[in-house]
Design a protein around this ligand. Structure first.
Ligand code: ATP
Ligand code: MG
Length: 398
């Protein structure tokens, strides 16, 4: 039997894969961004977009590590619907300042910036005085006054970003702020964020915001600020092609001194369609099912139900659970109409299919968008954010 302890595969949200396959282009592009920005040159930052489970979070984490390895200060936020940005942003920048403090020669200057950060952070929750008293940002310096504490998020962001960028400039690097699930940033915060990035890039300050989110994120950004296309370069993170999907499996297997047959690779690609989450899930199950080395196509076939059961719970089920009965009816209609293919469908078709007025379905649709289960692919059309979700829904109701 193959040793289950040595199984290298890692299905799971944000789980670092044993081999980050097929992302060289993005990594190289980010190298250029880091280099140019630290030299004060204008450069668009990256925004990664793609369906669920294609590896956006993992790639964002890798970009962050790249920045840190170059001596940058870096921090990360996961945006949540309806949550204000101030607190998570404070925590992320606190992290970035600590990265920079290690290399900075003037501790007093670092403390000044921390004081500004604290003042910014303490402005959180203006509508809940009691909450505000209870919440402490955990920054061990007195809050400064008169910088980044006006309560106007746009003004405060510009001031705070300038301070932190200045600190990075002192040590010859920059600041990278990673924002995952960026489509969930509240509209007023998103617009302030774009404005602040715009202003900082014009003054050549070394700060970049790197975003990741669902396929409609570019539309959300351009609705927020018309100039967002000049701030960000949109990079579509897609499923892996055959060569990269093979590499994602082969490299970790050989590092464990094990083998896998070419037919097994065929079978794995057939099952995963190259979607990174599925690659990990099927490869993990195949390793565990293999009675001996190398892993064969038969092992992949034997393991498939196990992998699918795991996916039904961890990947599809956890999302389906979040939908209300009315939303499930909507999802099911989408699955029926697309016959389980990953395609967009007209919202009016869904209404006709369910025999309802389009306006009466808007609440269910809007709430599914908010929950990140579907997205508006283009005007009047809707698609699943989760690959193979339609197929999953059809299978479970048979
Ligand atoms: N380039 C890659 N090569 C191989 N496996 C990968 C790659 N990128 C991600 N994975 C694997 O895919 C899975 C999903 O990755 P991740 O959570 O980053 O996706 P995501 O796009 O952020 O999904 P979601 O939209 O649900 O947040 C993880 O198990 C990860 O190990
Ligand atoms: Mg993610």
């Amino acid at each position: 039997m193959m040793d289950p302890v040595r199984n290298p595969f890692a299905p799971g949200a944000g789980q670092r894969p044993p081999e980050l396959a097929g992302r060289d282009r993005e990594l190289t592009a980010f190298e250029v961004v880091l280099e140019r920005v630290s030299r004060g040159r204008p450069e668009r930052s990256l925004v990664l977009t793609g369906l669920r489970g294609v590896g956006k979070t993992v790639l964002l984490g890798e970009l962050r590590s790249m920045a840190v390895r170059r001596g940058w200060g870096a921090g990360k936020i996961e945006a949540r619907p309806d949550a204000e940005l101030r607190r998570p942003l404070s925590a992320a920048l606190h992290r970035a300042i600590r990265d920079l403090a290690v290399r900075h020669r003037n501790p007093e200057r670092v403390e000044q910036v921390l004081g500004v950060l604290k003042a910014f952070a303490l402005r959180a929750n203006p509508d809940g005085a009691r909450l505000r008293e209870r919440w402490q940002p955990g920054i061990d310096v007195p809050a400064a006054q008169g910088r980044a504490d006006s309560g106007d998020i746009e003004i405060d962001l510009v001031e705070l970003f300038s301070e932190v960028a200045e600190l990075a400039k002192d040590v010859g690097t920059g600041v990278a702020l990673m924002i995952d699930e960026m489509q969930d940033v509240r509209p007023e915060d998103l617009s302030a964020l774009c404005a602040a990035c715009h202003e900082l890039s014009q003054s050549g300050a070394p700060l970049v915001v790197v975003g990741a989110g669902l396929p409609h994120l570019p539309a959300v950004l351009s609705a927020s600020k018309s100039y967002s296309e000049r701030l960000f370069r949109y990079v579509l993170i897609d499923r892996l092609d055959r060569a990269d999907a093979d590499l994602a499996v082969l490299a970790p297997v050989s590092r464990e001194d094990a083998g896998i047959s070419p037919f097994a690779l065929d079978a794995l690609f057939e099952a995963s369609s190259g979607y990174p989450y599925f690659v990990q899930a099927y490869a993990k199950a195949a390793w565990d099912a293999a009675p001996s080395d190398p892993i064969t196509a038969e092992d992949v076939a034997v393991a498939a139900p196990e992998a699918e059961a795991e996916l039904a719970v961890g990947f599809f089920g956890s999302r389906y659970e979040r939908a209300t009965p009315a939303e499930r009816e909507y999802l099911r209609a989408m699955a029926d109409l697309t016959e389980g293919r990953d395609e967009a469908i007209g919202t009016s078709e869904v209404a006709v299919y369910l025999g309802r007025k389009p306006s009466s379905l808007s609440p269910a649709r809007d709430s599914l968008i908010k929950k990140g289960l579907v997205y508006s692919a283009e005007r009047g059309r809707i698609a699943f954010t989760v690959p193979h979700f339609g197929r999953f829904l059809l299978a479970r109701e048979e």
